[in-house]
Design a protein around this ligand. Structure first.
Ligand code: SF4
Length: 334
Protein backbone atom coordinates (compact mmCIF):
# COMPACT_ATOMS: atom_id res chain seq x y z
CA UNK A 1 0.00 0.00 0.00
CA UNK A 2 1.28 3.51 -0.78
CA UNK A 3 1.59 6.28 1.81
CA UNK A 4 -1.55 8.00 0.50
CA UNK A 5 -3.54 4.75 0.54
CA UNK A 6 -2.51 4.03 4.14
CA UNK A 7 -3.40 7.58 5.11
CA UNK A 8 -6.79 7.37 3.37
CA UNK A 9 -7.62 4.14 5.18
CA UNK A 10 -6.61 5.66 8.53
CA UNK A 11 -8.68 8.79 7.83
CA UNK A 12 -11.81 6.79 7.07
CA UNK A 13 -11.84 5.53 10.67
CA UNK A 14 -10.03 8.29 12.54
CA UNK A 15 -10.71 11.55 10.68
CA UNK A 16 -12.25 14.27 12.84
CA UNK A 17 -15.83 15.38 12.30
CA UNK A 18 -15.70 19.16 12.16
CA UNK A 19 -18.60 21.53 11.46
CA UNK A 20 -16.91 22.88 8.31
CA UNK A 21 -15.80 19.50 7.02
CA UNK A 22 -17.42 17.16 4.52
CA UNK A 23 -15.89 13.73 3.99
CA UNK A 24 -15.58 11.97 0.64
CA UNK A 25 -15.31 14.90 -1.76
CA UNK A 26 -15.82 18.61 -2.33
CA UNK A 27 -17.63 20.68 0.28
CA UNK A 28 -20.84 21.91 -1.30
CA UNK A 29 -20.30 25.39 0.09
CA UNK A 30 -16.79 26.87 -0.34
CA UNK A 31 -17.98 29.87 1.69
CA UNK A 32 -17.92 27.70 4.83
CA UNK A 33 -14.47 26.40 3.95
CA UNK A 34 -13.23 29.94 3.56
CA UNK A 35 -14.72 31.19 6.87
CA UNK A 36 -13.24 28.24 8.76
CA UNK A 37 -9.81 28.63 7.18
CA UNK A 38 -9.64 32.33 8.00
CA UNK A 39 -10.76 31.68 11.58
CA UNK A 40 -8.26 28.83 11.98
CA UNK A 41 -5.30 31.07 11.15
CA UNK A 42 -3.36 31.38 14.43
CA UNK A 43 -6.33 29.93 16.35
CA UNK A 44 -7.05 26.41 17.59
CA UNK A 45 -9.89 24.22 16.30
CA UNK A 46 -11.45 24.10 19.78
CA UNK A 47 -11.66 27.89 19.97
CA UNK A 48 -12.93 28.24 16.41
CA UNK A 49 -15.89 25.80 16.59
CA UNK A 50 -18.33 28.03 18.57
CA UNK A 51 -17.24 31.14 16.64
CA UNK A 52 -17.83 29.33 13.35
CA UNK A 53 -21.34 28.24 14.39
CA UNK A 54 -22.30 31.74 15.54
CA UNK A 55 -20.85 33.32 12.41
CA UNK A 56 -22.71 30.98 10.07
CA UNK A 57 -25.95 31.58 11.94
CA UNK A 58 -25.60 35.35 11.59
CA UNK A 59 -24.09 35.32 8.05
CA UNK A 60 -25.28 32.11 6.34
CA UNK A 61 -24.11 33.21 2.88
CA UNK A 62 -21.48 35.41 1.34
CA UNK A 63 -24.25 37.86 0.40
CA UNK A 64 -25.35 38.19 4.04
CA UNK A 65 -21.77 38.90 5.05
CA UNK A 66 -21.24 41.45 2.29
CA UNK A 67 -24.46 43.29 3.19
CA UNK A 68 -23.60 43.63 6.90
CA UNK A 69 -21.83 46.64 8.43
CA UNK A 70 -18.19 45.83 9.18
CA UNK A 71 -18.77 46.60 12.89
CA UNK A 72 -21.24 43.68 13.07
CA UNK A 73 -18.53 41.39 11.72
CA UNK A 74 -16.01 42.73 14.25
CA UNK A 75 -18.51 42.22 17.09
CA UNK A 76 -18.86 38.54 16.19
CA UNK A 77 -15.08 38.25 15.83
CA UNK A 78 -14.54 39.67 19.32
CA UNK A 79 -12.10 37.48 21.23
CA UNK A 80 -10.74 35.63 18.19
CA UNK A 81 -7.88 38.12 17.74
CA UNK A 82 -6.09 39.22 14.56
CA UNK A 83 -8.93 41.52 13.62
CA UNK A 84 -7.47 42.38 10.22
CA UNK A 85 -8.74 38.93 9.23
CA UNK A 86 -12.33 40.00 9.94
CA UNK A 87 -11.99 43.25 8.02
CA UNK A 88 -10.49 41.48 5.01
CA UNK A 89 -13.17 38.80 5.19
CA UNK A 90 -15.80 41.48 4.88
CA UNK A 91 -13.96 43.26 2.06
CA UNK A 92 -13.53 39.97 0.23
CA UNK A 93 -17.25 39.12 0.59
CA UNK A 94 -18.14 42.41 -1.08
CA UNK A 95 -15.81 41.69 -4.01
CA UNK A 96 -17.20 38.17 -4.39
CA UNK A 97 -20.72 39.59 -4.64
CA UNK A 98 -19.74 42.40 -7.02
CA UNK A 99 -17.40 40.47 -9.32
CA UNK A 100 -18.34 36.82 -9.00
CA UNK A 101 -22.07 36.90 -8.33
CA UNK A 102 -21.48 35.72 -4.75
CA UNK A 103 -19.64 32.54 -5.81
CA UNK A 104 -16.08 31.45 -5.19
CA UNK A 105 -13.82 30.97 -8.20
CA UNK A 106 -12.11 27.57 -8.11
CA UNK A 107 -9.02 28.91 -9.86
CA UNK A 108 -6.17 29.49 -7.40
CA UNK A 109 -4.80 32.49 -9.25
CA UNK A 110 -8.17 34.23 -9.09
CA UNK A 111 -8.57 33.26 -5.44
CA UNK A 112 -5.19 34.72 -4.55
CA UNK A 113 -6.17 38.12 -5.90
CA UNK A 114 -8.90 38.39 -3.26
CA UNK A 115 -8.21 40.26 0.01
CA UNK A 116 -6.91 38.08 2.85
CA UNK A 117 -6.45 35.00 0.62
CA UNK A 118 -2.80 33.96 0.34
CA UNK A 119 -1.13 30.80 -0.98
CA UNK A 120 -2.32 28.66 1.95
CA UNK A 121 -5.98 29.74 2.00
CA UNK A 122 -6.30 29.55 -1.80
CA UNK A 123 -4.99 25.97 -1.70
CA UNK A 124 -7.38 25.10 1.13
CA UNK A 125 -10.42 26.52 -0.72
CA UNK A 126 -9.42 24.70 -3.92
CA UNK A 127 -8.81 21.40 -2.11
CA UNK A 128 -11.68 21.35 0.41
CA UNK A 129 -14.19 23.43 -1.54
CA UNK A 130 -13.63 21.93 -5.00
CA UNK A 131 -11.69 18.69 -4.32
CA UNK A 132 -8.86 19.87 -6.61
CA UNK A 133 -5.39 18.31 -6.24
CA UNK A 134 -3.85 21.24 -4.36
CA UNK A 135 -1.52 20.54 -1.45
CA UNK A 136 -2.57 22.28 1.77
CA UNK A 137 0.56 22.78 3.84
CA UNK A 138 0.24 24.14 7.37
CA UNK A 139 2.41 23.63 10.46
CA UNK A 140 0.92 20.19 11.22
CA UNK A 141 1.50 19.00 7.67
CA UNK A 142 5.07 20.32 7.62
CA UNK A 143 5.78 18.26 10.75
CA UNK A 144 4.45 15.05 9.19
CA UNK A 145 6.26 15.57 5.88
CA UNK A 146 9.66 16.49 7.33
CA UNK A 147 9.55 13.57 9.76
CA UNK A 148 8.55 11.12 7.05
CA UNK A 149 11.59 12.20 5.04
CA UNK A 150 13.85 12.69 8.07
CA UNK A 151 14.74 16.22 6.92
CA UNK A 152 16.79 17.88 9.66
CA UNK A 153 17.58 21.15 7.87
CA UNK A 154 15.87 24.38 9.04
CA UNK A 155 12.33 24.36 7.64
CA UNK A 156 12.69 27.82 6.08
CA UNK A 157 15.60 26.58 3.96
CA UNK A 158 13.73 23.54 2.56
CA UNK A 159 10.23 24.90 1.93
CA UNK A 160 10.50 24.12 -1.80
CA UNK A 161 11.35 20.49 -1.04
CA UNK A 162 8.51 20.25 1.47
CA UNK A 163 6.00 21.73 -0.99
CA UNK A 164 7.14 19.38 -3.78
CA UNK A 165 6.76 16.36 -1.52
CA UNK A 166 3.30 17.58 -0.47
CA UNK A 167 2.34 18.00 -4.17
CA UNK A 168 3.64 14.57 -5.01
CA UNK A 169 1.49 12.92 -2.32
CA UNK A 170 -1.57 15.01 -3.18
CA UNK A 171 -1.40 14.06 -6.86
CA UNK A 172 -1.48 10.35 -6.03
CA UNK A 173 -4.44 10.64 -3.66
CA UNK A 174 -7.85 9.40 -4.77
CA UNK A 175 -9.65 12.26 -2.99
CA UNK A 176 -7.57 15.45 -2.55
CA UNK A 177 -10.00 16.98 -0.04
CA UNK A 178 -9.85 13.95 2.25
CA UNK A 179 -6.11 13.64 1.77
CA UNK A 180 -5.59 17.24 2.93
CA UNK A 181 -7.82 16.67 5.96
CA UNK A 182 -6.04 13.40 6.76
CA UNK A 183 -2.61 15.04 6.72
CA UNK A 184 -3.85 17.72 9.10
CA UNK A 185 -5.54 15.26 11.44
CA UNK A 186 -2.50 13.03 11.57
CA UNK A 187 -0.31 16.04 12.37
CA UNK A 188 -2.63 17.34 15.05
CA UNK A 189 -3.57 14.08 16.79
CA UNK A 190 -0.79 11.56 16.15
CA UNK A 191 2.34 13.25 14.81
CA UNK A 192 2.32 15.79 17.61
CA UNK A 193 5.26 18.16 18.30
CA UNK A 194 6.16 16.34 21.53
CA UNK A 195 5.87 12.58 22.13
CA UNK A 196 4.27 11.64 18.78
CA UNK A 197 2.20 8.46 18.91
CA UNK A 198 4.38 6.65 16.37
CA UNK A 199 3.27 3.18 17.50
CA UNK A 200 -0.28 4.04 16.34
CA UNK A 201 0.75 5.94 13.21
CA UNK A 202 -0.34 4.41 9.88
CA UNK A 203 2.88 5.67 8.30
CA UNK A 204 5.38 4.41 10.87
CA UNK A 205 6.92 1.92 8.45
CA UNK A 206 7.57 4.73 5.95
CA UNK A 207 8.93 7.24 8.46
CA UNK A 208 12.65 7.99 8.50
CA UNK A 209 12.53 10.14 11.67
CA UNK A 210 10.89 7.26 13.53
CA UNK A 211 13.37 4.73 12.21
CA UNK A 212 16.27 6.94 13.25
CA UNK A 213 14.73 7.84 16.64
CA UNK A 214 14.90 11.59 15.95
CA UNK A 215 11.20 12.50 15.77
CA UNK A 216 11.41 15.30 18.33
CA UNK A 217 14.37 16.93 16.56
CA UNK A 218 12.27 17.38 13.42
CA UNK A 219 11.05 19.79 12.12
CA UNK A 220 13.94 22.14 12.72
CA UNK A 221 12.28 25.43 13.56
CA UNK A 222 14.07 28.45 14.98
CA UNK A 223 11.85 30.35 17.38
CA UNK A 224 11.81 34.16 17.26
CA UNK A 225 12.83 35.94 20.45
CA UNK A 226 9.79 37.58 22.00
CA UNK A 227 9.78 41.29 22.71
CA UNK A 228 8.53 42.52 26.11
CA UNK A 229 6.52 45.76 26.13
CA UNK A 230 5.03 47.76 28.99
CA UNK A 231 2.63 50.68 28.99
CA UNK A 232 -0.33 52.52 30.51
CA UNK A 233 -4.05 52.04 29.87
CA UNK A 234 -6.30 54.91 30.94
CA UNK A 235 -9.64 54.58 32.70
CA UNK A 236 -10.95 58.12 32.24
CA UNK A 237 -14.36 58.71 33.79
CA UNK A 238 -16.61 61.76 33.56
CA UNK A 239 -19.01 63.01 36.18
CA UNK A 240 -21.85 60.87 34.81
CA UNK A 241 -19.80 57.70 35.35
CA UNK A 242 -19.18 57.24 31.62
CA UNK A 243 -15.83 55.92 30.43
CA UNK A 244 -13.71 57.33 27.63
CA UNK A 245 -13.34 54.99 24.66
CA UNK A 246 -11.70 55.49 21.30
CA UNK A 247 -11.76 53.71 17.97
CA UNK A 248 -8.49 52.45 16.52
CA UNK A 249 -7.52 53.31 12.98
CA UNK A 250 -8.51 50.99 10.13
CA UNK A 251 -4.96 49.71 9.70
CA UNK A 252 -2.44 47.86 11.85
CA UNK A 253 -2.74 46.07 15.18
CA UNK A 254 -6.36 45.62 16.40
CA UNK A 255 -7.56 47.83 13.55
CA UNK A 256 -11.04 49.30 13.79
CA UNK A 257 -11.72 48.03 17.31
CA UNK A 258 -12.84 50.08 20.29
CA UNK A 259 -10.59 50.48 23.32
CA UNK A 260 -9.70 52.41 26.41
CA UNK A 261 -6.78 54.67 25.42
CA UNK A 262 -3.40 53.03 25.97
CA UNK A 263 0.22 53.42 24.95
CA UNK A 264 3.60 51.82 25.40
CA UNK A 265 5.62 54.98 26.02
CA UNK A 266 3.95 55.60 29.41
CA UNK A 267 3.08 59.19 28.53
CA UNK A 268 -0.13 60.86 29.78
CA UNK A 269 -2.64 61.99 27.13
CA UNK A 270 -3.27 65.36 28.83
CA UNK A 271 -2.75 67.15 32.14
CA UNK A 272 -5.00 66.07 34.98
CA UNK A 273 -4.79 64.36 38.34
CA UNK A 274 -3.71 60.86 37.25
CA UNK A 275 -3.69 57.95 39.68
CA UNK A 276 -1.35 55.11 38.72
CA UNK A 277 -2.93 51.98 40.22
CA UNK A 278 -1.29 48.71 41.14
CA UNK A 279 -3.57 46.85 38.73
CA UNK A 280 -1.92 45.41 35.64
CA UNK A 281 -3.13 43.45 32.63
CA UNK A 282 -0.90 41.10 30.70
CA UNK A 283 -1.54 39.98 27.14
CA UNK A 284 0.44 37.82 24.76
CA UNK A 285 0.51 38.86 21.11
CA UNK A 286 2.23 36.77 18.42
CA UNK A 287 5.50 38.67 18.52
CA UNK A 288 5.48 40.39 21.88
CA UNK A 289 4.24 40.25 25.47
CA UNK A 290 2.44 43.34 26.73
CA UNK A 291 1.83 44.47 30.31
CA UNK A 292 -0.39 47.50 30.83
CA UNK A 293 -0.75 49.33 34.15
CA UNK A 294 -4.20 50.81 34.73
CA UNK A 295 -4.18 54.57 35.31
CA UNK A 296 -7.34 56.30 36.58
CA UNK A 297 -8.63 59.85 36.25
CA UNK A 298 -11.94 61.67 36.63
CA UNK A 299 -12.52 64.67 34.37
CA UNK A 300 -15.21 67.29 33.88
CA UNK A 301 -14.37 68.00 30.26
CA UNK A 302 -11.93 66.56 27.83
CA UNK A 303 -9.26 69.00 26.67
CA UNK A 304 -9.85 70.24 23.13
CA UNK A 305 -8.52 67.93 20.43
CA UNK A 306 -8.64 64.85 22.66
CA UNK A 307 -9.42 61.61 20.93
CA UNK A 308 -12.45 59.56 21.99
CA UNK A 309 -16.03 59.53 23.23
CA UNK A 310 -17.73 58.74 26.54
CA UNK A 311 -19.88 55.61 26.87
CA UNK A 312 -21.75 54.30 29.94
CA UNK A 313 -20.31 50.88 30.90
CA UNK A 314 -23.72 49.21 30.47
CA UNK A 315 -23.51 50.00 26.74
CA UNK A 316 -20.07 48.44 26.23
CA UNK A 317 -21.70 45.36 24.67
CA UNK A 318 -22.50 47.45 21.58
CA UNK A 319 -18.80 47.88 20.79
CA UNK A 320 -16.22 45.44 19.45
CA UNK A 321 -13.32 44.97 21.89
CA UNK A 322 -10.19 42.88 21.54
CA UNK A 323 -9.38 40.19 24.11
CA UNK A 324 -6.78 42.56 25.55
CA UNK A 325 -9.46 45.22 26.10
CA UNK A 326 -11.93 42.73 27.54
CA UNK A 327 -9.30 41.90 30.15
CA UNK A 328 -8.65 45.60 30.79
CA UNK A 329 -12.36 46.38 31.18
CA UNK A 330 -12.85 43.49 33.56
CA UNK A 331 -10.04 44.72 35.78
CA UNK A 332 -10.40 48.49 35.41
CA UNK A 333 -14.14 48.61 36.05
CA UNK A 334 -14.09 46.28 39.06
S1 SF4 B 1 5.84 7.57 12.60
FE1 SF4 B 1 5.79 9.12 14.19
S2 SF4 B 1 7.04 10.78 13.45
FE2 SF4 B 1 6.59 9.48 11.71
S3 SF4 B 1 4.81 10.41 10.76
FE3 SF4 B 1 4.08 8.84 12.19
S4 SF4 B 1 3.72 9.91 14.12
FE4 SF4 B 1 4.98 11.24 12.82
Amino acid sequence: MTVTEKLAKWYEKNGRDLPWRVKGGAHGDPYQVWISEIMLQQTTVKTVVPYFDRFLKRFPTVRDLAAAPVDDVLLLWQGLGYYTRARKLHECARILVEKYDGRFPSDREKLRKLPGIGPYTSAAIAAFGFNLPEAVVDGNVIRVLTRLKGWKEPVTSIMNQINSFADELTKTSACPADHASAMMDLGSGVCTPKSPLCAFCPLNKDCIAYAEGVTEKIPNITKLKREIKEGFVFRIENEKGEILLRKRTEKGLLSGLTELPWNTDKSFPFKTDWHITKKTVRHVFTHFDLTLTIVNATVTDLPEGSDGFFVPPERFDDYPFSTLMQKVIKKALK
